[in-house]
Design a protein around this ligand. Sequence first.
Ligand SMILES: [Mn+2]
Length: 302
Amino acid sequence: MKYVVGHKNPDTDSVVSAYCLAEFLGDGYKAARAGEPNKETQFVFKYSKAEMPELVDASKADAFVLVDHNGDCQIPKDVDRDRIEMIVDHHKLEGLSLNSPISIRIEPVGSTSTLVAKMYSKNNIEISKEVAALLLSGIISDTLKMTSPTTTSADKETAKELATKARINIDELASEMFKIKSDLTGMSISKVVGSDYKNFQMGKNKVGFGVFETVDPKPAIKKKKEIIAALTDLKNKEEVNLIFFGIVDIIKTITYLVILSKDEAEVAEKGYGGKTEDNILKLTGIVSRKKEMIPLLEKALT
Ligand SMILES: [Mn+2]
């Protein structure tokens, strides 16, 4: 059996693209997830009437197809680098060192779901209603309903086609997804901080960066003290040199970056401009970790 699996701390795009690519590849391929699915991901699987992929167990698979990531820091635990046979992704190439040639498809589009949809249509494989609904959810989630600066015309066109196929109203689905994404009830602060969290290697520095996308940033900002405590723990656990957490207001397109210490403040102010006040640096007009937050930070660090 071969696993199709997304990155650690899985988001919606990484779980749905694993599911839909496994369906596309067919016999012998099985979708998996590299961690607990977040509330939004659970919702879209229920909504699409599809079964949530199982938790990856690296010892069970002969080979791996990686989706929605390619960097060493993001690969699920125990995945043997020699058994990776394919990568389908939309992140910058991190320079993974492998022992044999493999098939790699990376394109600068807004979601891995867009790429998987393209693979279906290029090979004239009929997309089922459930796959269409899942891929549409992946696009909506990663591109914030096609508003994030990562959005391309391919994402917009694909979303439209998938919505028609699955008979879904994009605005209605997106508004439900965003409401669920924003809901803090029943979530511990360490879960809020760690659920959409990634590590990045920036020169000599290992940098942790979590985001929480919400339609209303106020409840999260109110928990700033607890967030700072959770970030302190996470910084130790992940053994990173710097750690950041962005509360992203996806309606007003403002990120409230929680600043842990002087070290983080210095780098963040250099990268983004502005001045930290009460442990918050306000990033106006910035919503994308991949296209905005990370590149600016990387520049400041090198
Ligand atoms: Mn993605």
